[in-house]
Design a protein around this ligand. Structure first.
Ligand code: A2P
Length: 269
């Protein structure tokens, strides 16, 4: 359950995280349920407005802080305003933590190179253990890499059966940037694809489990969101079956380049 991947800075990160975007008032209970189910990685962001609830759940769980991997993200307004350090300190205060395991640039908005250079300093200071980016396409990564000192440990992007940005995926894998999939289930939209249901029937698993397993077999970290205990438990129960090469290919072929979220090349927030 707590299988981990090694990040470029040697830190180890559990390959399944609970995502809490849009978990709202259910966040604290969802995190408690996840920790009880064996999750040791929670993915939040300043803009989700629930860092406080995540922090409360971690405290209340009684699990040592160092056993849990916490990711949060720097919001666009703070990137544009050059407020990186201040924004991290605010996040830490809300989380009631003295460091986060991973700090990500949330979107490639104007000022992301300067923000990343600040994040490199925060890493030196030990306030964040690893740094990375989110919603970066290959072109953003190439631009970033040409101007910074440390390679991002992670790129967190939308990946699900209908949305596979192969160019970016390949670039990250070639450069040893660990990929994380947000909305791995396509916000629920991928759960009813007939081809996936057929594979699910074979293994007596749910379509959600097939999708998550497919991503893990592609060496992509998954961040499924749920506020339901049974689903939270289901989404980490992925280690008693293995998809065949043919089934992996069936899943890969479902790509439609269809995003459920904003396009990193054209967004306005
Ligand atoms: P809920 O939070 O009500 O359980 P994604 O992670 O791709 O954004 O997908 C999240 C959506 O999928 C949410 O609407 C969540 O609903 C739902 N979901 C998460 N896990 C499962 C599951 N195992 N089975 C069915 N729906 C799920």
């Amino acid at each position: 359950q707590n299988t981990k991947v090694k990040l470029c800075c040697c830190q180890k990160m559990p390959i399944i995280a609970l995502g809490v975007w849009q978990s709202g008032k259910d966040t604290k209970q969802a995190v408690l349920d996840a920790l009880k189910a064996g999750y040791r990685h929670i993915d939040t962001a300043a803009c989700y407005g629930n860092e406080k609830a995540v922090g409360e759940a971690v405290k209340e769980s009684g699990i040592p802080r160092e056993d849990i991997f916490i990711t949060t993200k720097l919001w666009n307004d703070d990137i544009r305003a050059g407020n990186t350090r201040k924004a991290l300190l605010t996040s830490l205060q809300k989380l009631q933590m003295d460091y986060v395991d991973l700090y990500l640039i949330h979107w490639p908005v104007e000022g992301y190179v300067e923000a990343y250079l600040e994040m490199e300093k925060l890493k030196e200071e030990g306030l964040v253990k690893s740094i990375g980016v989110s919603n970066f396409r290959k072109s953003h990564l190439q631009n970033l890499l040409s101007q910074v000192h440390k390679i991002p440990a992670v790129n967190q992007i939308e990946i699900n059966p209908q949305m596979q940005d192969e160019e970016t995926i390949q670039f990250c894998q070639d450069n040893k940037i660990v990929l994380e999939a947000w909305s791995p289930l396509g916000s629920g939209a991928c759960l009813h694809i007939p081809g996936i249901q057929m594979i699910a029937d074979k293994y007596h698993k749910s379509t959600a489990q097939i999708i998550l397993r497919w991503l893990l077999q592609r060496h992509i970290v998954v961040l499924p969101k749920s506020v339901h205990k049974e689903r939270i438990e289901e989404n980490i129960d992925l280690f008693d079956f293995e998809l065949t090469k043919e089934e992996m290919e069936i899943m890969n072929a479902l790509n439609q380049n269809k995003r459920t979220g904003p396009d990193p090349d054209h967004f306005d927030f």
